[in-house]
Design a protein around this ligand. Structure first.
Ligand SMILES: C[S@@+](CC[C@H](N)C(=O)[O-])C[C@H]1O[C@@H](n2cnc3c(N)ncnc32)[C@H](O)[C@@H]1O
Length: 223
C-alpha cells in the first residue's frame, strides 16, 4: 500500500466512533474506559473478548457477527490495518465491537483486573530468533498480563502457522501451570471444524495459499 493511502486511512480512522486511539505517550490521565468498557462503551453487561494483534480485525468482526450477545475488541498498533475492521463494522452495523490502537505491552493501562473473558491471538509475529523470545505474545511476561485482565478461568486462544511459536507456546503453557484445553494441528485437515475456527484472517489466507498448515490451541489459567 502506498504511504499516501496509509496516511489517508490513519486520518479516516478518527471518524469511527468505535475506534479508540489513546495518547499513551503524552497522557498521564487514566484511560476513561478502563474497568468500564461494558458499562460506558457497550452499554450492557455482556462478556468481552479481545483479539490481540488483530491486524484488519477479521476475528473481531466475524466473531461479533456470530455472537451478538458478546462484546469484542480488536487491538493492534497499526491504524491503517484497523481501518479495515472499523469500516467493515460500520457497514455491517455491528454494535458489539470496538477497536483499540495501542501497544499490547500496555494492556494493563486499558483494562481492569478480571474485565475480560477471552483472548484470541491471531497469527502474531513469530519472533523466531531466541533473543526475541520476550517479544512473543505467548511469552510468560505477556501471560502474566493476560492473567491479570482475564476473569478466573479466562481462556486464551492461539492460531498460528508457525511451528516454532506453536511448540514454544505449548511448552510455556505447561511451565506456567496453565491448563491446555485444546490442541489441533493442521486444523483444515479435520473433517469437522467449529464455526469459530473456520474464520480466516488476512494473513491466514496468505499462509494457506503457500500450503502452510494452520495450528490452534487454547488454554486457561489456574484460578
Ligand atoms: C502477522 S500480523 C497478523 C495480523 C492479523 N491477526 C492477521 O492474521 O491477519 C501481526 C500483527 O501484530 C501487530 N503487532 C505486533 N506487535 C504488536 C504490539 N506490541 N502491539 C500491538 N500490535 C502489535 C502488527 O501491527 C500486525 O498487525
Amino acid at each position: 500500500m502506498s504511504n499516501k493511502k496509509k496516511l489517508l486511512r490513519y486520518a479516516d480512522l478518527g471518524k469511527y466512533k468505535n475506534v479508540f486511539e489513546p495518547d499513551f505517550v503524552n497522557s498521564s490521565d487514566p484511560f476513561s474506559l478502563k474497568g468500564f468498557w461494558a458499562e460506558r462503551h457497550f452499554e450492557n453487561t455482556n462478556p468481552i473478548t479481545l483479539e490481540l494483534a488483530c491486524g484488519k480485525g477479521d476475528y473481531t468482526v466475524k466473531l461479533a457477527a456470530l455472537n451478538p450477545d458478546r462484546n469484542f475488541i480488536g487491538i493492534d498498533i497499526k491504524g491503517d490495518r484497523l481501518w479495515h475492521g472499523a469500516s467493515q463494522v460500520e457497514r455491517m452495523n455491528l454494535i458489539n465491537t470496538a477497536f483499540l490502537r495501542i501497544d499490547i505491552n500496555y494492556l494493563r493501562s486499558y483494562f481492569a483486573e478480571s474485565e475480560i473473558e477471552e483472548i484470541w491471538i491471531t497469527f502474531p509475529d513469530p519472533q523466531r530468533k531466541s533473543k526475541q523470545q520476550k517479544k512473543r505474545l505467548t511469552n510468560p511476561r505477556y501471560l502474566e498480563i493476560y492473567r491479570e485482565i482475564l476473569v478466573a478461568y479466562g481462556k486464551v486462544h492461539l492460531k498460528t502457522d508457525d511451528e516454532g511459536l506453536f511448540e514454544y507456546t505449548l511448552a510455556t503453557v505447561s511451565s506456567e501451570g496453565c491448563e491446555l484445553m485444546e490442541e489441533i494441528r493442521d486444523i483444515y485437515a479435520k473433517a469437522e471444524l467449529r464455526k469459530e475456527l473456520k474464520i480466516k484472517t488476512y494473513y491466514e489466507d496468505k499462509y494457506l495459499q503457500d500450503n502452510r498448515p494452520i495450528h490452534y490451541l487454547s488454554f486457561q489459567f489456574p484460578s
